[in-house]
Design a binder for this molecule. Structure first.
Ligand SMILES: *Cc1c(COP(=O)(O)O)cnc(C)c1O
Length: 418
C-alpha cells in the first residue's frame, strides 16, 4: 500500500517521512559507533590522564586505539593526532596556532573565498592583529586557480589554508597540487578536510598536507568531538596552544579528553576506511540517478560546481524561475539545505554560490542534496518525483517562467526590490 502526502506524489513503500538528505550539515550516528561508545559512558568512565590506576589506563587505551584508527584513515601516525571539540576548534587552533608560532617568519596567510566560516572568520580576526590575508577567488566551477595561488605566495607567506571539499557544492580542491606548491616554498599547508575524510581518499603524505581538520559528526560519529592532524616530520610543524591548562595533547590542547566521543570518532574512521570504496560507488549511483531524473523532467535547472571534482554524496542544483522559499515549503518533509543562509532577520544568498557568479535569485532557488550512508534508492526516487512536481506547479504560477517560455528577454526588464 502506498499513501500520499499533502501533495500528489505517492510515498512508496520503504520510504519514511521525513527524509534526511542533509548529510553535509550533520550525519546520523552509525549504530556500530554507538555500540563502541557505550561502555565509555558507564563502566569505563576513567580520566584518560589518570596515570596511576586501571580506570585511567582503560580510558587511555580507548583513546589511543581511536588515535590509531584516525591516523590510519588519513595516512598519518597516531602521535600526530590532537583531539578537539570539533572542526571549528580544529580550524581555529590550526590557523591561530600557526600564525602565532611562525610570526617571526612572516605575517601572510592565504585562503580562499568559499571556506567555512570557521576558517574565514578566524582569518578576519587575525587581520585585526596585523596579519595580511589573501582570499583567493574561485572559478565558475568552484575550484581555485593554482596560478592565482602561485602569484599570491611571497616571502612573508607562512600558511596556506584551503579546504579539501566544500560543504555546500561538494567540489574537491586540487589538494595534492596545493600541497606540492606549499612544500616547494616552505609554506605550511592546512586543509579543512571535514567533508572529505571518510568519503574520499585522504593521504597526508602523498598530498603534502601539514595540518588537517576533521570532525566526527560529518562521518556518522557523535557531535562535539574532532581532531587536528599536525605533521611531526618533513617538516615538523609547531602550533601555539590556544587554551592554557593541564598541557594535554602534547601541550597543544589542554582539557580532559571526551573519551566516549573520541572512541566514537575512532570507530567512525575505522568503518569509513573499510567501507569507503563501496559506499562512494553506491552514493555516486544514487546521486547520478537524482540528477538524471531532475534534468530529464525539468528545464532551466543546472548543477553548481564541478561535476568531475566532487564528493560522491553531493548534488547542488539551481531551479531557476522558482522562488526559493516556496520551493522549500513545498518539500517540507525532505530535509535538504537551500542556497540561503539565515543571518539575523534576513535571508541572505549563500556566499559560496555567489562566489561562483550566481545572482541572488538563482542562489536562493538552489538546493543542496547531501546523500549519505542511510539513504536508499526509494528515497531518491521519491525526492526526485516530489521536486519535479513542486517545481512544475510553482512554475505554472510564475509569470517570469511564462515570459521566458514566450521568448521575452527578461534581463531587459527592471525589477522592483522585494
Ligand atoms: C561542519 C563543518 C565545519 C565545522 O565543524 P564542527 O565540528 O561542527 O565545528 C567546518 N568545516 C566544514 C567544511 C564543515 O562542513
Amino acid at each position: 500500500m502506498s499513501n500520499t502526502d499533502n501533495g500528489s506524489v505517492a510515498v512508496p513503500a520503504g520510504v519514511q517521512l521525513p527524509i534526511y538528505m542533509d548529510n553535509h550539515a550533520t550525519s546520523q550516528l552509525d549504530p556500530r559507533v554507538l555500540e563502541a561508545m557505550l561502555p565509555y559512558f558507564t563502566s569505563k568512565f576513567g580520566n584518560a590522564a589518570s596515570r596511576n590506576h586501571s580506570f585511567g589506563w582503560e580510558a587511555e587505551q580507548g583513546v589511543e586505539t581511536a588515535r590509531e584508527q584516525i591516523a590510519r584513515l588519513i595516512g598519518a601516525t597516531a602521535k600526530e593526532i590532537i583531539f578537539t571539540s570539533g572542526a571549528t576548534e580544529s580550524n581555529n587552533l590550526a590557523i591561530k596556532g600557526i600564525a602565532e608560532m611562525y610570526k617571526e617568519r612572516g605575517n601572510h596567510i592565504i585562503t580562499q573565498v568559499t571556506e567555512h566560516k570557521a576558517v574565514l572568520d578566524t582569518c578576519k580576526r587575525l587581520e585585526k592583529y596585523g596579519y595580511r590575508v589573501t582570499y583567493l577567488p574561485v572559478k565558475a566551477d568552484g575550484l581555485i586557480d593554482l596560478d592565482d595561488l602561485k602569484r599570491a605566495m611571497d616571502d612573508k607567506t607562512i600558511l596556506v589554508s584551503i579546504m579539501f571539499a566544500n560543504n555546500e557544492i561538494g567540489v574537491v580542491q586540487p589538494v595534492a597540487e596545493i600541497g606540492k606548491l606549499c612544500h616547494e616554498r616552505n609554506v605550511i599547508f592546512h586543509t579543512d578536510a571535514v567533508q572529505a575524510v571518510g568519503k574520499i581518499p585522504v593521504d597526508v603524505n602523498a598530498m603534502n598536507i601539514d595540518v588537517l581538520s576533521l570532525t566526527a559528526h560529518k562521518l556518522y560519529g557523535p557531535k562535539g568531538v574532532g581532531a587536528l592532524y599536525v605533521r611531526r616530520r618533513n617538516p615538523r610543524v609547531q602550533i601555539s596552544a590556544q587554551l592554557d591548562g593541564g598541557g594535554h595533547e602534547r601541550g597543544m590542547r589542554s582539557g580532559t579528553l571526551n573519551v566516549p566521543g573520541i572512541v566514537g570518532l575512532g570507530a567512525a574512521c575505522e568503518i569509513a576506511r573499510e567501507e569507503m570504496e563501496s559506499e562512494a560507488a553506491r552514493l555516486i549511483r544514487l546521486r547520478e540517478k537524482l540528477k538524471a531524473k531532475l534534468e530529464g523532467a525539468l528545464d532551466y535547472v543546472h548543477v553548481n560546481g564541478s561535476m568531475e571534482h566532487r564528493l560522491p554524496g553531493n548534488l547542488n542544483m539551481s531551479f531557476v524561475y522558482v522562488e526559493g522559499e516556496s520551493l522549500l515549503m513545498g518539500i517540507n518533509e525532505i530535509a535538504v539545505s537551500s542556497g540561503s543562509a539565515c543571518t539575523s532577520a534576513t535571508l541572505e544568498p549563500s556566499y559560496v554560490l555567489k562566489a561562483l557568479g550566481l545572482g541572488d535569485d538563482v542562489a536562493h532557488s538552489s538546493i543542496r542534496f547531501g546523500l549519505g550512508r542511510f539513504n536508499n534508492e526509494a528515497e531518491v526516487d521519491y525526492v526526485a518525483d516530489k521536486l519535479i512536481d513542486i517545481v512544475q506547479k510553482l512554475r505554472e504560477l510564475s509569470p517570469l517562467y511564462e515570459m521566458v517560455k514566450e521568448g521575452i528577454d527578461i534581463s531587459k526588464i527592471e525589477w522592483q526590490a522585494h
